[in-house]
Design a protein around this ligand. Sequence first.
Ligand SMILES: [Zn+2]
Ligand SMILES: [Zn+2]
Length: 43
Amino acid sequence: MGISGLCTICGKPSVIFSCMLCGKLVCRNCFDEKHNICVKCSI
Ligand SMILES: [Zn+2]
Ligand SMILES: [Zn+2]
């Protein structure tokens, strides 16, 4: 509970996006900005 600042994919503390499909909080590296989804959903 509390802070949820870790990327749910790579674990880095730089979460700035949330996936439109699965709702995961991810960092820039793990996010497809063109489609607003995380890399796991974009595969
Ligand atoms: Zn990440
Ligand atoms: Zn996703």
